[in-house]
Design a protein around this ligand. Structure first.
Ligand SMILES: *[C@@H]1O[C@H](CO)[C@@H](O)[C@H](O)[C@H]1NC(C)=O
Ligand SMILES: *[C@@H]1O[C@H](CO)[C@@H](O)[C@H](O)[C@H]1NC(C)=O
Ligand SMILES: *[C@@H]1O[C@H](CO)[C@@H](O)[C@H](O)[C@H]1NC(C)=O
Length: 502
């Protein structure tokens, strides 16, 4: 997930901020039980190859340093590595491979049934920088220790890149021919914008008139242990992500000598403006129906007395809302957040500086737009000596459907049931970070962010931090999940009651 837009989203409390909670039905493939279905069982040799191939991918330092600076040698090398690692994918006649924007990759897998609408699997091959300091093993070593593979990209997001291609490779080796067409899009600059990768792939597909049934990207997990009193694992499929507004504030005053200073300087005026923004949070959006509905749906999963509180939001709503505001992570769920990230002014100790500039980074709540946040910010500052300039903005994405008819959502849920039978709670959630999937909003209304791996609070810190790692078992299960998912997407879909009612 993009660094500057870090998807810290993933605390389980995120699942509280969701649009709907589907309890009734799911989809189940008729072909689920068919003999032609290929079981997701891999030989010892395949399992060894699988993890060694991931380690090799981690060893290539495909770092995005800034929007203009990345390790191009490594990005090129990664393309060759995929080619060697997944020979069957590259030589299969019904799979077309294209390089887009120099280093991103688009695979078009032509299914046998042209009547089925295609879908897309998304991941990114670039990673954020990783200085050696603090790591138990060098971050680009891909070393295995105590059942874990360490390294930058093991969670974000080479695990997905490799698992998707690995699962496809294994299916093809078993002579599987997909019915439903699908795309695999692997961006190379997600961590810095996606402008050269995802955006170009999306434009290419739009030019070809492609419409997708849905797409699956990173951004949600099976969360475990995030709420102390909540003992069961929860699969959170993010159905929306917050937007972003980078706003520059600037004050120009006349310059002068510090021996005879004016009453107010650009620094003082701007500091006051920035301070007002910090002191005046954007409105709390708690109480919009999706969130309260989900709290009620989850209510009985909580122990006493939280269950009573959650069951009676008509009474305890303000209390719950205030308690969510207390921690930065849950506060991000109930409002547009305000972060002052840059402040520049001054050149010399005895000169009154003419200009002061600050940048404020807002993360926009799904119920608001960038324009609304800009107006609110101007009203809070309420000083026309402060000029505003929008440096970049991206509105929150619309909430993708998660009802019984939502194919992508239900396929993820169905696959969870077979691959993670112990996970009985599946909820739609929101990603407070930003992913490549936002570039594809013209292609589909079904955008789901879900990585089929367990995430515990301590893992959370390793995203863009130190000692990022994935268990060998967790990675195998991810491959298995995609192996099953592709087959599920090919089965005839019909709604059936789902087994795990809350
Ligand atoms: C870029 O990647 C290559 C390997 O592809 C590596 O040898 C080199 O050290 C990397 N450069 C930087 C600055 O990380
Ligand atoms: C304010 O100062 C900046 C930097 O010197 C300059 O680019 C800008 O044009 C000035 N704006 C006004 C309104 O004077
Ligand atoms: C979506 O399509 C509209 C109209 O063609 C276009 O202006 C816009 O840039 C597209 N958005 C994306 C994210 O591709």
């Amino acid at each position: 997930m993009a660094r500057r837009y870090f998807c810290t989203a993933l605390a389980v409390l995120l699942l509280l901020d969701v649009p709907a909670f589907s309890t009734s039905k799911g989809l189940k493939g008729k072909e689920h039980q068919r003999a032609s279905r290929i079981p997701s069982q891999f030989s010892l040799e395949e399992r060894v190859t699988m993890k060694e191939t991931l380690k090799g991918a981690i060893q290539i330092p495909t770092v995005s340093f800034s929007p203009r600076e990345s390790n191009r040698t490594a990005l090129a090398e990664f393309g060759e590595y995929m080619y060697k690692a997944f020979p069957t994918v590259f030589r299969t006649s019904f799979i077309q491979h294209e390089v887009v924007g120099e280093y991103s990759h688009l695979f078009t897998v032509q299914g046998s049934d042209p009547h089925l609408q295609p879908y897309m699997l998304l991941a990114h091959i670039d990673v954020v920088p990783a200085p050696d300091q603090g790591w138990e093993v060098p971050p680009f070593s891909g070393l295995e220790r105590d059942g874990f593979i360490y390294g930058r990209g093991t969670l974000d997001n080479k695990n997905a890149v490799m698992a998707i291609l690995q699962a496809l490779e294994l299916l093809l080796i078993r002579n599987y021919i997909p019915r439903r067409s699908f795309y695999i899009a692997l961006g190379h600059d997600e961590e810095v914008s996606g402008a050269d990768g995802a955006q170009k792939i999306s434009a290419l597909l739009q030019a070809r008139g492609v419409q997708l049934a849905f797409l699956v990207d990173e951004g949600g997990f099976i969360t475990d242990g995030f709420i102390p009193s909540f003992t069961k694992p929860v699969a959170m499929i993010a159905v929306s992500e917050k937007g972003i507004l980078n706003l520059m504030l600037q004050v120009n005053m006349t310059t002068g000598h510090s021996a005879a200073p004016p009453k107010e300087t650009s620094i003082g005026i701007l500091a006051a403006a920035v301070s007002r923004l910090e002191q005046t949070p954007m409105p709390n959006m708690f109480g919009s129906r999706p969130l309260t509905m989900t709290l009620q749906q989850l209510a009985n999963e909580f122990p006493f007395p939280t269950n009573i509180v959650m069951n009676n939001l008509w009474l305890f709503g303000p209390f719950v809302s205030r308690s969510l505001e207390r921690s930065p992570l849950t506060n991000a769920l109930v409002r547009t957040t305000t972060a002052v990230t840059v402040f520049h002014s001054g050149v010399k100790e005895n000169v009154i500086p003419p200009v002061a500039q600050a940048i404020v980074n807002f993360r926009i709540h799904p119920t608001q737009t960038g324009q609304e946040v800009l107006e609110l910010a101007k009203n809070i500052v309420a000083d026309d000596r402060v000029q505003f300039r929008v440096l970049g903005a991206s509105d929150p994405l619309p909430v993708s459907p998660s009802d019984d008819q939502a194919l992508g959502y239900q396929l993820i849920r169905q696959t969870l049931q077979s691959v993670f039978p112990e996970v009985n709670i599946v909820v739609p959630g929101i990603c407070i970070g930003i992913t490549d999937s936002r570039h594809y909003s013209n292609l589909t209304t079904g955008i789901y962010r879900f990585n089929p791996i367990y995430l515990q609070p301590q893992d959370f810190l390793s995203f863009h931090g130190i000692n990022e790692k994935i268990s060998v078992q967790g990675y195998e299960t991810q491959v298995k999940f995609i192996f099953e998912f592709i087959q599920n997407a090919d089965a005839d879909q019909r709604p059936v009651p789902h087994l795990h009612e809350l």
